[in-house]
Design a protein around this ligand. Sequence first.
Ligand SMILES: Cc1cc2nc3c(=O)[nH]c(=O)nc-3n(C[C@H](O)[C@H](O)[C@H](O)COP(=O)(O)OP(=O)(O)OC[C@H]3O[C@@H](n4cnc5c(N)ncnc54)[C@H](O)[C@@H]3O)c2cc1C
Length: 465
Amino acid sequence: MQITLIGAGFCGSTLAVELLRQGGPDTRVTLVGQPETFGRGVAYGAARPEHVLNVRAKDLGADAQAPTGFADTLALGERGRMAFLPRLAYGEYLQSHLQQATESASGFARIEEEAIGVDRVPGGFRVLLANGEDFFSDVVVLTVGALPPQRLAGVGPRLAVDPRYIGWPWQDGAIDRIPPGARLLIVGAGLTMADVAVTLRQRDHRGPITALSRHGFLPQAHLEVPGAPLELPPGVLQALRDHDLRTLVRTLRQLSTVVDDWRRVVDALRPHLQPFWRGLDQAARARFLRHLRSHWEAMRHRVAPAVSKQVQAMQASGQLRVLSGRLLRARLGVHDVEALIRPRGGESTWLGHFDVVIRATGLDTDIERTSHPLVATLRDSGLLGADPLGLGVDADHHLQLRDPFGTPVTGLYCLGPLLRGQLWEITAVPELRTAARTLAARLLSQQARAGRGHATDDAALREAG
Ligand SMILES: Cc1cc2nc3c(=O)[nH]c(=O)nc-3n(C[C@H](O)[C@H](O)[C@H](O)COP(=O)(O)OP(=O)(O)OC[C@H]3O[C@@H](n4cnc5c(N)ncnc54)[C@H](O)[C@@H]3O)c2cc1C
């Protein structure tokens, strides 16, 4: 059985390694990826030296069975294991992890090309590449990461194609071209804003910076020394088992009044969230997104203490101000960019003048609006349905995609942040590596059942949890 993974970032490379380890070196795995970030992906391939990981080194092993693998590979001491290392170092680790697992694997092939289409054909799929070549595969897994950022709502068509609008800050050295005195509007106040702020500080940017987000929450920081793991009380566990969002929030409020640090509560909840989310109906998921998402994301996606200190210093000096509100419109004026903003909770609007607008609103998972060539083609050809809340693809419990009518497309899978609709907590290394291991076991057990492959059976699935 030929298994093709499209996208050679964290998920593609980790899944390839899992398939070869669980299935043996002659398992037929093809990894298709963009040459620039092959084996690293966007987060660790397009990073700058000043960008650090937001997880401690000791927890970032690519292998679900060896979570300390990253720190072990670098032979870090106790201090290094607790540190937040540069993302570029993690990219190098991922590449060598893939290299080691694949160099003597006879079944493995790497293709450094963009995949632009996947057609269903009898018994499987035909994968089309940007160079005009194509090949057959029994199984295809989309490991394409998040979608390219869409234009911000309200950004006018002339501004959208002008250098004064930066849709993706790390593309083509966009940040490097910003004049040091420029007045900046950053839309979004989360992790990407923190990255942009750190880079601007490195570059001695002098101009004023306004960060705008719905609630104006800045990402919270990790503690220098993390608190001890917390055991959740029975009331919280029961609410999680019952998929009862209202009771969960109430019991968590009570809990947070007696626990010394809220981070311990967030960390204790995390392993329970995939099954909890799966059991919520669409109305409860929509309620969560409307009322709780911003709060959750600010607490859950924390930055390294040093990053937080830099952002706070910029705030304290008055260079960075954080506004809560909505961007209603941004367009090119006579001399600069005019941005019409509605502050949160008010009816009045405010017209701000800026030199550059930067989009920093986080992961894009909206399948219906995407311009990602492959995903848009799959959507338009009816092979891929969208999550109704815009959280990526529609998939079943086994991560197999469903078409727009809700029917599973046999043999077409997804792994990565586009599964947010199915799993919610599926964007960071700890959840992704576990999902990669489970999916590899599933694919190999299917192969065994088909009677054509290696002696892998459901025991592998059970072992993978
Ligand atoms: C800036 C940033 C920082 C992050 N920092 C952390 C962190 O510190 N800790 C943490 O746990 N998580 C972090 N994350 C979360 C991160 O998303 C995951 O850790 C992980 O990298 C996601 O892996 P992925 O494979 O799904 O996506 P990616 O790693 O982005 O890989 C997808 C790859 O697919 C390629 N691709 C897309 N379409 C095609 C196509 N048609 N043909 C061929 N190739 C294609 C892309 O070019 C890309 O290389 C960060 C995310 C971002 C964006």
